[in-house]
Design a protein around this ligand. Structure first.
Ligand code: HEC
Length: 553
């Protein structure tokens, strides 16, 4: 009796330990994935019907599916990250392939990755990777989702060896070297790096810092998600902050939505006017808007007077919204407008001269043309043409997130975020066609929207996935602390967090060196009244880039 009871307990214990927890299974695959593997066998796994990867992923074929193209995934992710992205798809979601949930009037919910949106319908890839179309009239609400469309548990469709093989194959998917002088294979470090010194922290997703006109030692910091801008004032070594404006009642906010940029009127000290680029959803349509607001008499904060809206750029999706806003050396307002998504610019906005999307626009905030809330400068490159919108200053951009002017040469440097392969740094030209989506960086992308006889302004520099994933445009250094950097463009990458300096050589080539790696994702750069550079860490910290010791060749 006692004996059989004991036996019963033993049987129960062994049954429990034989059943592995999901966590243990994941760990088993994780360690298998680290162990090498046969990449040729891995390709077979990838292409097998059972694993199903090709329902949603291409590897270089020009075809849009639910998931990102994986042709250079070995440059983007190391082995650890590859394993993680297959075992835990929702742990880190590719922003351009995030899932949206459409709540239909019937109560049904359709989840998928956006393929295309028009005024009539929303096309998305469903959980099976198939394209589906939903009529706009049937949609009650569209929401973002934190769950990847890529199914969890794909490893259960294979054994450990096959998983290791699959990872080994993904690791081999890298971009071949290019002999183009503007596309380096590697970027070496400067002999001495710059130091990133914490200047202020505790911000909630800061995306922009700009010096306040006329007040040395005072800056404005814009927070994306809270929709607030803070005044940051330095006096006697102390930093104090106060709310400059709170846009939360006018702006939507979300993972990538909110307030993106702030620009002071060139006569701000006299008229108190300033401008914001932020997001709204009106009539169900997502749009960046450019608005004018006014500060109090003492200019210490917003006056509370009503917003004056200048421009609303309607988009089909809530991706690639540009985000930049700045007055140029000509005192006109330049606006960075993205191609509006979702991927590969399916409607050719970058090349379409009848839409603002995929452009840099230029307007005169003090003027009025016709019934527009702003003026069209006579000097705009396409004024008088009926086939081009008069606001357009430059075209062929994908996501010109940050741009700035070299205060010596007045050239406008743009960091334009790329599609699958290349990030781009370019000097924008008035009336210039910067290529997207005919070109991605220096490289041909698609002829679908190419027009006969068009010519394209090539970038100054373009880098591959091995070096980064999302370019953050910065500033041409004109500070006084390091003469070897004078005239160098300082910029970075949001994902690899590298900070680089680039010099154009008289020969036409470029010299680029890594001068730092930011502890946080650098989403923007800022400039001091003296031309010294700040780096804005998206996780909340603002760093001073101390360049004193850097030795740039
Ligand atoms: C039903 C569609 C679907 C299937 C099937 C699928 N994926 Fe994905 N995958 C996605 C989507 C959508 C994303 C982007 C969202 C994300 O990052 O999770 C993604 C992301 C990825 C990424 C990260 C890519 C990047 O650039 O961030 C990798 C790697 C990947 N998938 C590998 C695989 C492999 C290997 C398989 C087969 C075992 C597979 N996927 C099956 C839809 C799918």
């Amino acid at each position: 009796m006692r004996y059989s009871c004991l036996l019963g307990i033993l049987v129960m214990i062994s049954a429990v330990s034989a059943q592995e927890s999901p966590k243990e299974i994941l760990n088993r695959f994780r360690s298998a994935g680290m162990k090498g593997g046969d990449s040729a066998a891995g390709e077979k796994v990838f292409r097998s019907e059972k694993a199903g990867c090709t329902k949603c992923h291409t590897t270089g074929e020009k075809k849009r599916l639910a998931g990102p193209d994986l042709n250079v995934i070995g440059d983007k992710f190391d082995r650890n990250q590859l394993i993680k992205s297959v075992l835990e798809p929702s742990a880190r979601i590719h922003p351009d392939h995030a899932t949206v949930s459409l709540v239909l009037k019937s109560g049904r919910v359709v989840n998928g990755v956006l393929k295309r949106r028009t005024d009539e319908s929303v096309e998305l890839f469903d959980e099976q990777g198939n394209a589906q179309s939903v009529s706009v009239d049937d949609i009650e609400e569209q929401r973002g989702s934190k769950t990847s469309l890529m199914p969890a548990g794909l490893h259960k469709l294979m054994d450990e060896q096959q998983f290791a093989d699959l990872i080994a194959w993904l690791e081999t998917k890298t971009q071949p070297d290019s002999d183009h002088p503007g596309i380096p294979s590697q970027i070496s470090s400067a002999t001495k790096s710059a130091e990133l010194k914490v200047f202020a922290d505790g911000f909630d997703h800061p995306v922009w810092l700009t010096p306040k006109p006329g007040e040395h030692g005072t800056w404005i910091v814009v927070e994306q998600k809270t929709c607030k801008a803070w005044q940051l004032k330095q006096s006697a070594g102390d930093l104090t902050r106060s709310v400059f404006v709170d846009m939360s009642s006018e702006s939507i906010s979300g993972v990538y939505e909110g307030v993106m940029c702030l620009a002071f009127h060139p006569d701000f000290e006299k008229n108190g006017l300033y401008y914001l680029n932020h997001h709204v959803r009106e009539e169900g349509v997502f749009s960046p808007v450019i608005v004018e607001r006014q500060a109090t008499e003492d200019r210490s904060r917003d006056s509370g007077r009503a917003t004056r809206r200048l421009i609303r750029i309607k988009q089909e999706t809530d991706l690639h919204w540009g985000g930049m806003l700045a007055f140029g050396p000509d005192n006109l307002l330049y606006i960075g407008a993205g191609d509006g998504g979702p991927q590969e610019d399916p409607d050719g906005h970058g090349q379409n001269t009848k839409t603002w999307q995929g452009k840099i626009l230029r307007i005169d905030v003090d003027g009025r043309t016709g019934d527009k809330a702003y003026g069209i400068p006579d000097s705009n490159p396409f004024v008088g043409r009926t086939d081009v919108l008069p606001e357009i200053w430059g075209l062929g951009f994908r996501m010109p997130w940050r741009f700035s002017w070299d205060n010596k040469t007045n050239e406008m440097w743009v960091g334009d975020i790329g599609q699958n392969l290349f990030e781009e740094v370019t000097i924008a030209r008035k009336g210039g066609n910067h290529g997207w989506n005919v070109y991605e960086g220096f490289t041909h992308f698609s002829d679908r929207y190419r027009r006969q006889g068009d010519s394209y302004v090539p970038p100054v520099f373009s880098y591959r996935r091995r070096l980064g994933v999302s370019v953050t445009g910065g500033y041409v250094y004109r500070g006084t602390r390091n003469s070897s950097l004078t005239g160098c463009y300082i910029f970075g990458d949001f994902e690899t967090k590298y900070i680089w300096a680039l010099r154009r050589e008289p020969s036409g080539g470029v010299t680029v060196r890594r001068i730092a790696q930011c502890p946080q994702k650098p989403c923007s750069f800022g400039i001091d009244h003296d031309g010294e550079v700040f780096v804005i860490g998206y996780q909340g910290t603002i760093y001073r880039l101390v360049v004193d010791g850097v030795q740039f060749p």
